[in-house]
Write a protein that binds this ligand. Structure first.
Ligand code: PEP
Ligand code: MG
Length: 883
């Protein structure tokens, strides 16, 4: 096996495309060498060697060692130094480099090869005693920490002690003699603590360092990081062994990091920091304040310390030219590490730079204009999920935060407001013009008015598809759910967490993008929807196939969604309209009526209200498709729960509290999600469905007259499992349609379709399609029913499942490709076998999730529908899936 790939002297055995084998760092070092950039010669041990290392019980095999040895001989030849000799000693850096960047998670050893003898050779070569001893003490410290596992503090304590003893403020002030004394003490402490001396043999040092870089792949830090970032344990890390160049060789030397453009604004200006007379870890350690690279950056930051541009103009000029070259080559923002040794620039790393969403948009648009990339490239580059950062108010990344707890990032954006514990208080505060955060254990449909009066929602229970999460996303309100480390103590009116007890009225901030809950108000950044964002969205629209609709229940939702580019409504959950204002009382009258006549009387009062809602929705959507779903939730959801409320409602309905309680008990269900809901309601109480159909058709007639645009309502029947269910409901819809349309004398086209949210419906799709004009996949329920996992109770154990690696992703967030996905595929195929032109869409929460959107594209769906604020994300994700 070829375990080792060499680079240096203008050539390399690997290249950028070999990232899986060489890791990010190794692949790009090789690439830079081939480009003729100044890179210290070195070698990369491939990632597969890491797996071999573990297989062999943490041992390096002889073949690998032999290849490393000959790779080092090549480095010796190129540098005219020799490893382990005190005549021109070669020093090495040993650094990790996985396929994906894992900043700071794994180990590094610098200045390897130094010992009591070679330190003299280094001093002679450099003509600088102090430098040599500084390098030696750095090496012992790193080796003792990383390879011998003695811990950083042990050495830091000695260092601080010696600095104090010598009266030195800064490390740069230490003399050769003083460093020598530090080295003596370091070696002593190692011998004491490890029971063996610091190894003087450079070969021993080398194998020890390589082994510990491999071993660091499985350290807890790295393992956690991989879990959080979806990096496979199997990948392993490569090891890069490279000739040292020294940034700590006096005042004409320096080390730094830079981005080829500003990673937070995207501005096309070199951006970075460096330290004079320092080695890489000093920049990271933050002991000294780094200096700016460009003058522009220095002036902007108000720093007094000279920029690299001023201080070392030649090296700066070269750096600038190299950065241009790298950008032209990689056609992306680069994040680089460099060292200047006595005025000479060396490149130590380059990789695609992490950036904010705002910067990503600007850089992509600028690079199209600079003809570096195509429009499709630009669209493909933007992480759809990151658009949340530009669509919502966000916490200023510079802001200090006192985090008191955290939960699920259920609806993005951030908001600060006073704590209220009830919806009534939220509404009252809103009237007084105060911003409030509604804090609940969980929310129910009764909280709608309180939620819409709040600037943010926080619940201690519930998952990503809990009521609070779904409604907040729909309203574009920031929301954190399932904050289990916070306690909502309603009895005493306290929010308890992070060692604090906060009362109603105290200010908190929630960050619905990270799930953090923060004490007090925090500086925020406003959204920015024009400019670069608009350009990218325009290019995305040009490349996508699927349509993007929105889930909108109210005119406000519909308007927001239109502004974000929604191409119609894919789901209007009509029940949400029944909670507004007075309607809930009429709804309760209907539910509590003792016979059909009573129900019809109440429904007659609801009809004009529904009709006016639909007229408004049709007008806002102006000819775009609007899908209206018949009533879905079980009726008891509309009834009061708290005792005082029961008393109040009873009076209003002319019942005794006891009678009302009995009615409520009679409607109680053990498992409401699988209970008397969906089309089952329309079958038990056809008059409800008739009223809704009438409201829809009358509204369509009215809106068509008002706007002059054709209105084609799409009526959707929820929770169908049997064709007969759909047929029954469809018959009553058709009858109402004939009557209303006939009376109006205006031709109105309409569609009747069904949601596919039960496995049986998916399996029997070819039969159901005979009666359906369209299918809309209700993947919230379909996930729930396929897994047999209650969407409202899943948050807790799904988290355990993810932590224990039983599942990778919450299936309520990202479509379960294998199970739910297969049902969707079956339904799509079977449905279209019956009806070629059957329109297919998705309206579960997955309709706004980029990975799930890719799935929908692959399965040939016609559209996705998502909450208004996710519409731009869906437009972008749909384009990326199609490119
Ligand atoms: C679904 O089940 O995916 C759906 C969209 O309906 P709801 O969330 O209202 O049950
Ligand atoms: Mg559903």
């Amino acid at each position: 096996t070829k375990w080792v790939y060499s680079f240096g002297g203008g050539t390399a055995e690997g290249r950028a495309a070999d990232i899986e084998m060489l890791g990010g760092k190794g692949a790009n070092l090789a690439e830079m060498c081939t480009l003729g950039l100044p890179v210290p010669p070195g070698l990369t041990i491939i990632t597969q060697a890491c797996n071999e290392f573990y297989k062999a019980g943490r041992h390096l095999n002889a073949e690998l060692k032999a290849q490393v040895t000959s790779g080092i001989a090549r480095i010796e030849a190129l540098t005219e130094r020799s490893f382990g000799s005190n005549d021109h000693p070669l020093l090495l850096s040993v650094r990790s480099g996985a396929r994906a960047s894992m900043p700071g998670m794994m180990d590094t050893v610098l200045n390897l090869g130094l010992n009591d003898e070679t330190v003299a050779g280094l001093a002679r070569d450099a003509g600088d005693e102090r430098f040599a001893w500084d390098s030696y003490r750095r090496f012992i410290q790193m080796y003792g920490d990383v390879v011998m596992g003695l811990g950083h503090d042990l050495f830091e304590d000695i260092l601080e002690d010696e600095k104090a003893r010598c009266g030195r403020e800064l490390e740069t002030e230490m003399t050769a003699e003083e460093w020598r004394a530090v080295v003596v003490r370091y070696k002593q402490v190692i011998e004491e603590e490890a029971g063996e001396p610091f190894p003087q043999d450079p070969q021993t040092q080398l194998w020890g360092a390589i082994g510990s870089v491999f071993a660091s792949w499985l350290n807890p830090r790295a393992t956690t990081y991989r879990m959080l970032h979806n990096i496979s344990q199997e990948w392993g890390t490569a090891v890069n062994v490279q000739a040292m160049v020294f940034g700590n060789l006096g005042n004409s030397s320096a080390t730094g990091v830079a981005f080829t453009r500003n990673p937070s604004t995207g501005e096309n200006l070199l951006f970075g920091e460096f330290l004079v007379n320092a080695q890489g870890e000093d920049v990271v350690a933050g002991i000294r304040t780094p200096q700016n690279i460009t003058e522009a950056q220095r002036i902007a930051s108000g720093s007094e310390k000279p920029s690299l541009e001023k201080l070392m103009p030649e090296a700066f000029g070269e750096l600038l030219a190299i950065c241009r070259r790298l950008e032209a080559h990689y056609r992306d923002l680069q994040d680089i590490e460099f060292t200047i040794e006595r005025g000479r620039l060396w490149m130590l790393q380059t990789r695609a730079g992490k950036r904010t969403a705002k910067a990503a948009l600007k850089i992509a648009v600028d690079m199209v204009e600079e003809r570096l990339i195509s429009r499709d490239d630009a669209v493909a580059r933007i992480d759809p999920a990151s658009l949340d950062q530009v669509l919502h108010t966000t916490i200023d990344p510079q802001a200090r935060r006192t985090v008191i707890g955290s939960g699920l990032p259920a609806s993005p954006g951030a908001a600060s407001g006073a704590i209220v514990f009830t919806s009534e208080d939220a509404v009252r505060a809103r009237k007084e013009g105060r911003d409030v955060i509604l804090v609940r254990v969980e929310t129910s449909p009764e909280d709608i008015h309180g939620m819409s009066a709040a600037v943010g929602i926080l619940t201690s229970r519930g998952g990503m598809t809990s009521h609070a999460a779904v409604v907040a996303r729909g309203m574009g309100l920031p929301c954190v759910t399932g904050a289990g480390n916070l306690r909502v103590d309603l009895r005493n009116g306290l929010l308890i967490g992070g060692g604090l007890s906060l009362k109603a009225g105290e200010i908190i901030t929630i960050d619905g993008s990270s799930g953090q809950v923060i004490k007090g108000a925090v500086p925020m950044l406003k959204p920015e929807l024009s400019g670069d964002f608009a350009r990218i969205m325009e290019w995305a629209d040009a490349s996508r196939r699927m349509r993007v609709r929105t889930n909108a229940d109210t005119p406000a939702d519909a308007r927001t969604a239109r502004a974000f580019g929604a191409e119609g409504i894919g789901l209007c959950r009509t029940e949400h309209m029944f909670f507004e204002g007075e309607r809930i009382n009429v709804m309760r009258e209907m539910i509590l009526a003792s016979d059909e006549a009573g129900r019809r009387a109440a429904l007659a009062k609801l009809l004009p209200m529904q009709r006016s809602d639909f007229v408004e929705l049709f007008s806002i959507m102006h000819g775009l498709p609007v899908t209206i779903r018949l009533l879905d939730p079980p009726l008891h959801e509309f009834l009061p729960k708290a005792e005082d409320e029961i008393a109040e409602v009873a009076t209003r309905m002319g019942l005794t509290p006891r009678e009302l309680s009995e009615r409520i008990d009679a409607l109680h269900e053990f498992n409401p999600m699988l209970g008397h809901r969906g089309c089952r309601l329309a079958i038990s109480y056809p008059e409800i469905c008739e009223m809704q159909a009438r409201a829809i058709f009358e509204a369509a007639v009215e809106a068509a007259r008002q706007t002059g645009a054709a209105v084609v309502p799409e009526i959707m029947v929820p929770l169908v499992g049997l064709k007969a269910e759909l047929d029954y409901v469809k018959a009553s819809i058709d009858a109402v349609a004939r009557e209303v349309i006939g009376a109006a004398g205006l031709p109105i086209d309409y569609l009747v379709g069904t949601m596919i949210e039960l496995p049986r419906a998916a399996l029997r799709a070819h039969v159901i399609a005979e009666s359906a004009d369209f299918f809309s996949f209700g993947t919230n329920d379909l996930t729930q029913t396929t897994f047999g996992i209650s969407r409202d109770d899943a948050a807790q154990f799904l988290e355990t499942y993810m932590r224990k690696g039983i599942i990778e992703k919450d299936p309520f967030v990202q479509i379960d490709y294998d199970g739910v996905g297969e049902l969707i595929q079956i339904a799509a195929e079977r449905g279209r076998r019956t009806k070629n032109a059957l329109k297919l869409g998705i309206c579960g929460e997955h309709g706004g999730d980029p990975t799930s959107i890719r799935f929908c594209e692959e399965r040939g769906l016609d559209y996705v529908s998502c909450s208004p604020f996710r519409v731009p994300i869906a437009r972008l994700a749909a384009a990326q899936a199609a490119i």
